[in-house]
Design a protein around this ligand. Structure first.
Ligand SMILES: [Zn+2]
Length: 275
């Protein structure tokens, strides 16, 4: 019995080690799905300015809640498809972790952007150069239109580095075979959820699991149109509950993959899925 217990403990420690390196691979049907933790994050609850302070205090007593910056690599139809690219620069570790996993940057065929905030596009460039020399980069039409006219320097560098390899698509259409880009406007003007048969990649539909599953109406300062962001959040929470399909999100605690259900009181709850 003692031996068995020891064996279990060693096995548990090995699993913990795997979690700590920030790379986790899942299989969903014919899809190989790898989650990378680009940057660990403790998110200040004070960023939720429209939230009731008493409720917030109960949910997050020490004022900071576990979050993350994740990016996801999909192996589908013999293509390597990366969804978002993390912070890049000194903060981001996506590049190093992809190297550790044996994926060279020139092996990425396609990059799908959920939106163009810095923690999603920063990893596309190193200085002014494209990090992924062969990838086409897809972004929704309204998202690109907004950032093109924003004067944002990082967005400008990305657009320049990728040139005509930046591709746009209409929201609520098929982007590449097997993946639809669904309108999830609110967080940004062209924020996109990517839906496959086996999973939905919900981008920045939420930022803090501990706060926004019990209270989807609470928005961080990053949601550009708060009312629209709340409506969109509820719409996709309900879609996930009804379909039972796993979701993956960029700021859920790593590895950021799980299902959404409703408890007896009707509150949304997140159930992480193990690889
Ligand atoms: Zn983000």
């Amino acid at each position: 019995m003692k031996k068995l217990l020891l064996g279990f403990m060693i096995c548990g420690a090995a699993l913990l080690g795997a979690a700590e390196d920030g790379i986790r691979t899942f299989t969903f049907g014919n899809l190989k799905f790898t989650a990378f933790q680009d940057t660990p994050v403790k998110m200040p609850a004070s960023l939720f300015r429209n939230a009731d302070k008493g409720v917030l205090k109960k949910l997050v007593p020490n004022g900071k809640t576990e979050a993350s910056v994740n990016a996801f690599l999909l192996r589908l139809n013999d293509k390597n498809i990366l969804v978002d690219t993390g912070n890049g620069g000194r903060r981001g570790s996506l590049s190093a972790k992809m190297k550790q996993a044996g994926i060279a940057p020139d092996k990425i065929d396609t990059i799908l952007l959920t939106h163009m905030h810095g923690d999603h596009i920063g990893g596309l460039v190193d200085g002014g150069k494209a990090v992924f020399p062969k990838a086409d980069v897809y972004v929704s039409e309204p998202e690109l239109a907004y950032w093109k006219s924003s004067g944002n320097q990082l967005a400008g560098r990305v657009l320049k580095a990728y040139g005509d390899r930046i591709r746009t698509f209409k929201l609520d259409s098929v982007v590449v075979p097997g993946i639809a880009g669904l309108s999830a406007k609110g967080h940004t003007p062209g924020h996109t959820v990517y839906e496959l048969d086996s999973i939905m990649i919900i981008g920045d539909l939420l930022h803090a699991a501990a706060i926004q599953f019990p209270h989807p109406e609470f928005c961080p300062v990053y949601d550009m149109d708060a009312a629209e962001a709340v409506a969109t959040r509820l719409k996709f929470y309900d879609k996930a509950v009804q379909s039972g399909k796993p979701v993956a999100a960029m700021h859920l605690p790593f590895p950021g993959v799980g299902t959404i259900a409703r408890d007896k009181s009707g509150a949304y709850v997140f159930k992480p899925v193990a690889p």
